[in-house]
Design a protein around this ligand. Structure first.
Ligand code: NAD
Length: 331
């Protein structure tokens, strides 16, 4: 029987692991709530494999050396980001590292749909009014999605799903992406960035955060958009120049924004600050804006995504332990 150890397990993953074990009685799974680091690496002794999900860098060579000494052949990540791992040290110690490139692009696309519909139907305004028993209709007239053009910047894994979701609702979909995917030709029209900014009623960004996309959405870009445009960002905070977005919302250069991410969100999103202070003036300002909504980076967070994170990582781990090759190997 193979024995594996899952570091830093989350409560919602534990439920899925229990389901997974029913179908895999030949594997023994132990888990803990600590990250993999020099102080915890000894816990891996005696196991055939390990996985982890953490955002702190494992850069001490001792971790990789000890895993190798314990006979472990891999480090399986249960997340997409792998900047936590020193791939050179892993390779030197014959440890194959895998990540999960896409655990559910659909999950983020449905968040984009939810935020878009919330803003189109002015639900944030209606909800605020109702707190003081004001049930008036003024300003709540909406537009219908099938009459509108959705413009996607970056139609990769998630952007493609966003295109499919809005196309299914009858919207016109256009996208700017240096990479054209033939399978999307029946769903969207590829255009340049300028056309998306000028023509889209909903502009939604799905690029990675790269040097070339850092503050891609700046003052000039917001000025090019329709005053009636809704801007959605469920990619990375740094893709947007946040003061420029705030100014565009305050000056009504665009009508509204739905955000699932914001610059400086690290160590804030996923924590509770109802009883303690936090430092992020951008976030505080956005929370006060009447024409913005923000969610705490939960676009990915669905039952399906968690199930995929667990199932894909378990398969990768057992494949490599058995001497096979995973399509998600990074080194
Ligand atoms: P992906 O790599 O599959 O797709 C990104 C696309 O952007 C590619 O097609 C690429 O060609 C394109 N692109 C790059 N630079 C561009 C530019 N300047 N203009 C237009 N297009 C450009 O990535 P993905 O898996 O679809 O992820 C997209 C984004 O979503 C990433 O920023 C990722 O971090 C974020 N994300 C958010 C959540 C969440 O919970 N909100 C979850 C997962 C991923």
């Amino acid at each position: 029987m193979k024995k594996v150890l899952l570091y830093n397990i989350m409560d919602d993953e534990e439920i899925v692991i229990k389901e997974w074990l029913k179908a895999h009685p030949d594997v023994a799974v132990d888990s803990n709530k600590v990250t993999l680091n020099p102080d915890t690496v000894d816990l891996a002794k005696g196991y055939d494999g390990i996985s982890t999900e953490q955002d702190n860098l494992i850069d001490d060579p001792i971790v990789y050396q000890k895993l190798h000494e314990f006979g472990i052949k891999q480090i399986t990540l249960r997340i997409t980001g792998y900047d936590t791992i020193n791939l050179d040290l892993a390779t030197q110690n014959q440890l194959k590292v895998t990540n999960i490139p896409a655990y559910s692009p659909r999950s983020v696309s449905e968040m984009v749909l939810a935020q878009t519909m919330w803003l189109l139907r002015h639900l944030h305004v209606a909800q605020n009014r109702e707190q003081s028993y004001n049930f008036t209709w003024e300003g709540l007239q909406a537009r219908e999605i099938h009459d509108l053009t959705v413009g996607i910047i970056g139609a990769g894994k998630i952007g493609s799903e966003v295109a499919r979701v809005f196309k299914a609702l009858g919207a016109t979909v256009i996208a700017a992406d240096p990479v054209h995917r033939p399978e999307l030709n029946s769903i969207l029209d590829y255009v340049d960035h300028e056309t998306v900014y000028k023509e889209a009623d909903i502009v939604t960004t799905h690029t990675p955060l790269l040097e070339s996309t850092y503050h891609l959405f700046d003052e000039n870009v917001f000025k090019k958009m329709k005053p009636s445009a809704i801007f959605i960002n469920a990619s990375r905070g740094g893709v947007v120049d946040t003061p420029a977005l705030i100014a565009a919302l305050q000056n009504h250069e665009i009508t509204a924004a739905g955000l699932d991410t914001i610059e400086g969100e690290a160590n804030i999103f996923s924590d509770d600050f109802s009883e303690k202070p936090f430092e992020n003036d951008y976030l505080k300002t956005v929370l006060e804006l009447p024409n913005a909504i923000i969610t705490p980076h939960i676009g990915f967070y669905t039952d399906n995504a968690i199930r995929n994170m667990v199932n894909i990582s378990m398969k990768d781990m057992l494949t490599i332990i058995a001497g096979g090759t995973s399509e998600h190997e990074l080194n």
